[in-house]
Design a protein around this ligand. Sequence first.
Ligand SMILES: *[C@@H]1O[C@H](CO)[C@@H](O)[C@H](O)[C@H]1NC(C)=O
Ligand SMILES: *[C@@H]1O[C@H](CO)[C@@H](O)[C@H](O)[C@H]1NC(C)=O
Ligand SMILES: *[C@@H]1O[C@H](CO)[C@@H](O)[C@H](O)[C@H]1NC(C)=O
Ligand SMILES: *[C@@H]1O[C@H](CO)[C@@H](O)[C@H](O)[C@H]1NC(C)=O
Length: 199
Amino acid sequence: MRSYIVAALVALATARSSDEHPGHRLYESKNATHPGNATCISDTDASLIATSFGLTISNYTEALAVQLFTTNFTDQSDSVNTLIHEPGLQPQDLGPLTFTSKADFLAGQGAQPPVPFEILDLWHTCDTVILRWLSAQTPYSVQGISIASVVHAVEGQGGGFGVGTQKWQISRIVAEFNSGAWLGNIGYPECAVVANATR
Ligand SMILES: *[C@@H]1O[C@H](CO)[C@@H](O)[C@H](O)[C@H]1NC(C)=O
Ligand SMILES: *[C@@H]1O[C@H](CO)[C@@H](O)[C@H](O)[C@H]1NC(C)=O
Ligand SMILES: *[C@@H]1O[C@H](CO)[C@@H](O)[C@H](O)[C@H]1NC(C)=O
Ligand SMILES: *[C@@H]1O[C@H](CO)[C@@H](O)[C@H](O)[C@H]1NC(C)=O
């Protein structure tokens, strides 16, 4: 099952990198001397990480998420915090981590229905993969930006992804998107009357 996922991801990542704009390559990361120990993530592995992340939104499986994220993974998004807490969003709901660990993400994301997720743009530095994405929901399409910090896969934490011997995992995500449009798609729960909410 896992090797099937990896094969599918490599196919997707390869398809993707062929239509990337040259300007998206922020960092030349080839390491001819030590190909197995790249200090910087390669273009192909950045695509693989981005595609894998997208699949945790559109085609979630626990096996995929376990492989992709480090145990100390954190995710901060006030857009997601808003979706989670509406109706009745309180000031203190904005700012804190959305997911405080991989286990927290597995419990939270694993319970969500799949949503469409398409990568519009992809950039990377040595240790950061930046995606601009579209979730083609109806009636309102939702655009967002997710920034993933990547580290060399940590022994015993799921395996990571990479076409070479150096595997990579995501240790941190910060992301924001059009939560107003998303709330519209799920029926404007923010408009419901909530005891205690300050409007
Ligand atoms: C390559 O990375 C592994 C794991 O991080 C490390 O154990 C090994 O010493 C590194 N090899 C070289 C040549 O840097
Ligand atoms: C190539 O790999 C070696 C050994 O891991 C490392 O010291 C060096 O900084 C790397 N160079 C680049 C450009 O990533
Ligand atoms: C993801 O799910 C969609 C919708 O169910 C499906 O069409 C697509 O083939 C899946 N992609 C992968 C890589 O499994
Ligand atoms: C999480 O673990 C990775 C790999 O060990 C490490 O590089 C990173 O700094 C850690 N992040 C935090 C917030 O502790």
